[in-house]
Design a protein around this ligand. Structure first.
Ligand code: PHE
Length: 448
């Protein structure tokens, strides 16, 4: 079977399109749902410091490695890693590294799609405004909306309908291909996302308690710091940059030979980090000014935000913009997650891209149907993926790129000279040991 799989023939339409698709993948719920409260809860400014270290010294080299391995092999993550191992006469078992990543991306998508479905429901609700909602009615509204209500638009069947719609949209986009589907959608939605984000941040800063937001997100709280803070920062960095799941290997496979990988990676990392740093300002100023707690996870987005929008003048107009931008960001990430499985399936003989997308979408729908309102599944998956699988996938991929592949293998992708030297040093001597240490000690600290 090995010999049958060829290089991908499709390419990104332009460098801008590739960057938008990558930024679209990176910027998502991780940036303005997960990042702000994870920072607030894990030591504020201290967490942000670790986060930036993780992004620069681990995330950036790994992102470059993934693109380079993808372009060199021209294949999806699993097949790509195997073919590179073959070219170096190394064990085919390295395909495991691709498997861990690809399965993780599937797990992530299995909860990502559910949150996206909630976003759709709240976007629709937001047009009616959230006026007069208090914490308890908003809490009830959330529970009803995610599938436990009797109302036709707050029931399990309604959520399943929205989930089906969301997956069909994913299937259509991914089924159309990388250039005609993913890239096109990202090139429209990402610029719209940035503009909407600036509008909401401006509104929130102008009308909310910005000083309190600044101190919640940025003020260092060293007493909260432990190994688990490092693990939280590392997991968050991987999740936010979409690395450690084989996805950027897959995106790299569609790269034109003349696209500069280090430069593009720098741009992508910078945009993602910038969005994470400012995203909290769309949320916390108005949450604080409404006198609410900076609660985390689903309750922040779906319980506190409606109350905040409902209590502030102009909130009725801003709420749809807010839920709309969140949905745009989530959608451009979910199509990228779906691409991991689709691009792998498509490499099999007789499987078309559309067929593969429909198959993946169908399986996802079945999983979704089973737990569309289970918050426990969400928490469990979040813990498993960020706390364990993502760092593990990153550890395997970085070890593979640094120690299994020879230097010559990737010079065609990353060039020679200072950048190559720095990259190679980090990916060999810094990235794998660092991830390993954080994973072991962080995990122990966390489950204590
Ligand atoms: N990076 C996305 C976010 O921040 C999530 C994601 C993770 C997407 C892994 C693809 C792969 O929301």
């Amino acid at each position: 079977m090995a010999g049958e799989i060829g290089r991908k023939t499709e390419h990104w339409g332009s460098r801008f399109g590739f960057i938008m698709a990558s930024v679209g993948s990176a910027v998502g719920l991780g940036n303005f749902w997960r990042f702000p409260y994870t920072a607030g809860e894990n030591g504020g400014g201290a967490f942000i410091l670790f986060y930036i270290i993780c992004v620069l010294l681990i995330g950036m080299p790994l992102l470059m490695a993934e693109y380079a391995m993808g372009r060199k092999s021209g294949m999806s993550a699993i097949e790509g890693i195997q073919s590179l191992a073959r070219a170096e006469s190394r064990s085919q078992n390295w395909g495991i590294a691709g498997w861990v990543g690809s399965l993780t991306s599937f797990f992530i998508l299995s909860f990502y799609m559910v949150i996206s479905t909630w976003l759709m429901a709240f976007l629709i609700q937001s047009f009616g405004g959230f006026e007069g909602m208090d914490a308890s009615s908003s809490g009830q509204n959330f529970v009803d909306t995610i599938g436990q209500g009797e109302h036709p638009m707050r029931s399990r069947w309604y959520m399943l309908g929205l989930l089906a719609l969301f997956l069909i949209a994913n299937i259509i986009v991914v089924g159309r291909g990388v250039k005609g589907g993913i890239e096109k959608v990202a090139t429209v939605l990402m610029p719209a996302f940035f503009i909407m984000l600036l509008v909401v941040v401006g509104f929130s800063i102008a009308n909310g308690d910005t000083a309190k937001a600044v101190s919640f997100i940025f003020e260092p709280k060293w007493e909260d710091v432990g190994f688990k803070t490092f693990l939280a920062a590392l997991g968050q960095a991987f999740f936010s940059l979409s690395i450690g799941v084989g996805l950027m290997i897959t995106y790299g496979a569609y790269l034109e030979p003349d696209t500069n990988i280090p430069r593009s990676s720098g741009l992508i990392v910078a945009s993602d980090t910038l969005v994470a740093l400012i995203a909290g300002f769309a949320i916390f100023p108005i949450v604080f000014s409404a006198g609410l707690d900076p609660s985390s996870g689903p309750s922040l987005f779906f319980i506190s935000m409606p109350v905040a929008f409902g209590s502030i003048p102009g909130g009725a107009i801003m709420a749809p913009v807010f839920f709309g931008l969140a949905l745009f960001a989530a959608f451009t990430s979910s199509i990228s997650l779906m691409e991991v499985a689709v691009s792998w399936l498509e490499e099999r003989q007789g499987v078309t891209r559309l067929g593969a997308s429909i198959g993946v979408g169908y399986v996802l729908f079945m999983i979704g149907a089973a737990y569309v309102f289970s918050l426990d599944y969400l928490d469990f998956m979040d813990f498993m993926t960020e706390g364990l699988l993502l760092p593990l996938g990153g550890l395997l991929a970085s070890y593979f790129a640094g120690w299994v592949l020879s230097r010559e293998m990737l010079t065609s992708e990353l060039g020679e000279g200072t950048i190559m030297n720095a990259w190679r040093f980090l990916i060999r001597w810094f990235v794998p040991p660092f991830i390993f240490l954080i994973l072991v000690f962080g995990f122990m600290d966390k489950i204590q």
